[in-house]
Ligand binder design. Structure first.
Ligand SMILES: *[C@@H]1O[C@H](CO)[C@@H](O)[C@H](O)[C@H]1NC(C)=O
Ligand SMILES: *[C@@H]1O[C@H](CO)[C@@H](O)[C@H](O)[C@H]1NC(C)=O
Ligand SMILES: [Fe+2]
Ligand SMILES: [Fe+2]
Length: 340
């Protein structure tokens, strides 16, 4: 037992100290063209355990400074690609778990959403835990990210509270299933995040994609009924009455307003339960966009020109998008909704 604890502390402190000079050092292009972080034991870990995760990058394309580029003259760094096998493996795992949940809960929408929301929010707890731990050892570089991850966790909490207010948490069996899965998944994400942030963010990208589609399908199927149902108090409080600071914080990729052409802030309005689910669904898309940018650019805002799921990176669609970005010189107006 003591040995296990010692090992854990060792790993943890190696990570903590290793993470310290991260911001100062940035990325370095290795001989083989792989992105290598010049941080002690972590190089070993990354190169031995996940040698293929990071794809090749052109040395000339690397941004010279790790902070997001100014909007006026945006150099678009090439998106990082994912190893095909890792991508397929994890997609298979996530898809299978998701399909099982949907099969077990096929006629019980609110309990299903309760289970999904309980599990889908723990990755944000895991990211925050690891980033807090790094702070303990002096690495403050995760500050902005921590605020956003907290805002996302808070948003997911309110999704959960909405599902509870609709009776999703009524059965002790559902609560037990949801909480056991969430407990296991929390520690799994902690481990993956230690080894590779990109991999951990990618897992959540897949989950948020499912979440969006789940709510979208539910809305299409039950539109008429949902429009006759009342708005839960908790939804009104969160979306309409609370200070929108935290809400705006997780909307890292604003979209342009159709009428004015200006970047618009999302200001949800609720007339029925239908609108509540529209907002929940759109929140999942905000999470998804932020995660795509973190996977591909290690940045929450990403370059201008739209967000593309990591799965299409490296395919023809990706080439088309980059071509388009070059032509148009940026502008978020052409946000591409991959779900349509
Ligand atoms: C179910 O959710 C409601 C609303 O959040 C909460 O008040 C209640 O305590 C929960 N029930 C259980 C058994 O956890
Ligand atoms: C996929 O899962 C494996 C273990 O199941 C993990 O080590 C790896 O980092 C994950 N990769 C991605 C891309 O999520
Ligand atoms: Fe959610
Ligand atoms: Fe989400």
């Amino acid at each position: 037992m003591n040995k296990v604890l010692l090992l854990f502390l060792l790993i943890v402190s190696a990570e903590g100290f290793g993470g310290m000079p991260r911001a100062a050092l940035g990325s370095k292009v290795g001989v083989s063209g792989q992105v290598v972080r010049k941080v002690g034991g972590k190089v070993l870990l990354r190169n031995l355990i996940l040698p293929t995760l990071y794809s090749t990058m052109q040395p000339g394309d690397l941004p010279s400074n790790p902070s997001p580029p100014p909007p006026s003259d945006p150099p678009v760094p090439p998106p990082k690609k994912m190893d095909d096998r890792l991508y397929t493996l994890n997609k298979t795992i996530i898809d299978t778990v998701y399909d099982i949940i949907c099969f077990v809960y096929k006629d019980k929408d609110y309990p299903r959403f309760f289970v999904l929301e309980t599990v889908a929010r723990v990755p944000y707890f895991a990211y925050l835990s690891v980033l807090h731990l790094r702070e303990t050892f002096g690495d403050r570089s995760g500050g902005e990210r921590m605020r956003t991850h907290y805002a996302e966790a808070d948003n997911e909490l309110h999704h959960l509270l909405i599902m509870e207010s609709l009776g999703g948490n009524d059965s002790i069996i559902d609560r037990t299933i949801a909480q056991s899965m969430a407990f296991g998944y929390y520690w799994y994400v902690i481990l993956v995040y230690f080894v590779s942030e990109q991999a951990a963010y990618h897992l959540s990208e897949l989950i948020e994609d499912h979440a969006f589609n789940t709510y979208d399908g539910f809305l299409k199927k039950n539109e008429a009924k949902l429009k006759t149902l009342p708005v839960p108090d908790i939804a009104r409080k969160y979306y309409e009455e609370d200070n929108p600071f935290l809400f705006d914080l997780f909307c890292t990729v604003p979209e342009t307003d159709e009428e004015t052409g200006q970047f618009s802030k999302r200001r949800p309005k609720l007339n029925s339960l239908y609108d509540v689910f529209v907002n929940v669904r759109n929140d999942e898309r905000e999470h998804w966009k932020t995660l795509c940018n973190l996977v591909q650019y290690e940045d929450m805002k990403g370059p201008p020109g739209g967000v593309v799921g990591s799965k299409v990176i490296g395919t023809q669609l990706d080439e088309d998008l980059r071509e388009k970005r070059k032509l148009e010189g940026g502008g978020l107006g052409d946000f591409k909704n991959p779900f349509e």
